[in-house]
Write a protein that binds this ligand. Structure first.
Ligand SMILES: Cc1cc2nc3c(=O)[nH]c(=O)nc-3n(C[C@H](O)[C@H](O)[C@H](O)COP(=O)(O)O)c2cc1C
Length: 215
């Protein structure tokens, strides 16, 4: 069983070591929308390309919508039993928010005004000239980073998660009327474990690390 209790201040190493993908949830355990917002707010502290924060979240937490998502997510039981499933999306046009983000940074005293103006101008020029493939690659990186923080932030609060790539992307887009600018990154179910996640093995570190040139 997890040694992490809800609302306990948990140290980073414990959170990382005790996060496991959980596929069996207590259907009676509900996470409030305000707590999910807190988790997403904390996760949004993730780094992103030029701080464009291209992630968007569609949270599925009502029973009818869970039933709609279930067959699309290969009938994975966690979609029905977890408190919520977060559809993580990447916005291919998200870079257009860069001006608003930088103006906010100026107001907060994080960035000088002339630097912000130049940064915004350069970024808009750069991102608007990228191919859709390149933009997709960027939002997938941003989306992966934020997704990891969603899972760690949830664990630090005593909740469990499982990331899912097992879903029908076309059906997801149709069923949730996801517009063309939003790319599905992954689903993350979040709730209280009914059965702890299985332990999983990792490759030996020396097999995955090279120094200065690849082995
Ligand atoms: C991109 C991605 C897609 C995944 N898709 C699924 C999935 O569809 N269903 C599932 O049960 N687990 C899924 N997983 C969870 C992995 O199986 C799990 O992370 C891996 O076995 C390591 O276990 P751990 O998360 O407990 O450390 C996915 C993980 C990732 C990162």
């Amino acid at each position: 069983m997890s040694t992490i209790q809800a609302n306990a201040a948990s140290d980073y190493a414990t959170v990382v070591r005790e996060r496991h993908s959980v596929r069996h949830y207590d259907p009676s355990a509900k996470i409030s929308e305000s707590e999910i917002v807190e988790i997403l707010k904390e996760a949004s502290l993730a780094p992103s390309s030029s701080n464009t924060q291209t992630w968007r979240f569609l949270v599925v937490n009502d029973d009818a919508t869970k039933r709609k998502l279930h067959p699309i997510a290969n009938n994975q039981q966690q979609v029905l039993d977890a408190s919520a499933t977060i559809i993580v999306l990447g916005d291919l046009e998200g870079y257009k928010e860069i001006g608003r983000i930088n103006e906010d940074a100026v107001r907060k005293g994080y960035m000088p005004e002339d630097f912000a103006k130049q940064f915004t101008e350069n970024s808009l020029k750069l991102y608007s000239g990228l191919t859709p493939e390149k933009m997709k690659s960027i939002v997938h990186k941003d989306g992966g980073l934020v997704s990891m923080l969603v899972m760690l932030s949830a664990k630090a609060r005593g909740y469990d998660t499982v990331p899912m790539g097992g879903y029908n992307e076309q059906k997801l887009i149709e069923a949730f009327r996801i517009p063309e600018n939003l790319v599905p990154i992954m689903l993350i179910s979040i709730g209280k474990a009914a059965v702890p996640g299985r332990l999983t093995a990792r490759l030996p570190i020396e097999d995955i690390v090279s120094w200065n040139e690849l082995k």
